[in-house]
Design a protein around this ligand. Sequence first.
Ligand code: PBG
Length: 326
Amino acid sequence: MSHYPALRMRRRRSASWMRAMLTEHRLHPSDFIWPLFVCEGEGEEQPISALRGVHRYSIDRLVEKVRQAKEAGIPCIALFPNTPEDKRHEEEALDPDNLICRAVRAVKDKVPDIGVMTDVALDPYTPHGHDGVLAEDGSVDNDRTVELLARQAVVQAEAGADIVAPSDMMDGRIGAIRDALEEAGHPNVAIMAYSAKYASSLYGPFREAVGSSDRLKGDKKGYQMNPANGGEALAEVELDMDEGADFVMVKPGLLYLDVVARTVDAFDIPVFAYMTSGEYAMIEEAAAAGAGDRDAMLMEALTAFKRAGATGILSYHALEMARRLG
Ligand code: PBG
């Protein structure tokens, strides 16, 4: 009997051509959805201090960025508004001329054939920074919020959104939005449900970007999921599928790859994952502190989403990565 190992796994890693041949998962520009922040004005490109390298763009600049995304092979962008101070009230979300609707119309007009996704939630509008309207007791009123969200989704669809993405975590909102879209004559507008959205500590830089951080009173634990729960995510996904979600999302992504993998295993539906603002900052700040090779860390982190089985990744690094990969 030989004392040699029957199978030497290292044989498979012995040359770069061998490693290339045996690679199981590869990123591609079409894996990315690029979240972009929009602000009022012209020629604006405002840095976001907690998100090194990310900016808010006025609509004219946004259109240029979306054109670059299209050229780099990114299939879809996601838009988030920084609502002006004097417009921080719920009705603003329903105004067909609000910032987000104007941005959608401009992008659809100027950059054909790229998907546009909009965020359905009230936090960029509410004076208190919560994702819905408040009940007497200070909690978010589920059913009144759902009514508003359904109207908000229709307003966004009317502006030209291809995908509406409810990120609010109210119960029953997917069904209500689906019905409202059908009734308003938008059967082809898709719903990306933020199905498993956690009450995470990793949204801080995003809240700075949309200007809700100083406003937010309390936390979102009464509607977003408990980070300690995995199985509950499957129940959320199943409900959203039953109510008509076209795709589902797990958010945050990097710290929740177990949830991504379980969802992929359990259901036949496209599963997206959001590498959130805090996860972006983890890599950028670690790299800035000299903790590792930024490009390598980024590639490794984003490839992990593919290994977990995600169909696509929402990432602030999308344009850079699409260019690197293209
Ligand atoms: C709110 C919303 C949040 C994010 C996307 N939509 C923040 C929150 O729930 O407070 C976070 C995205 C990120 O951190 O990158 N509707």
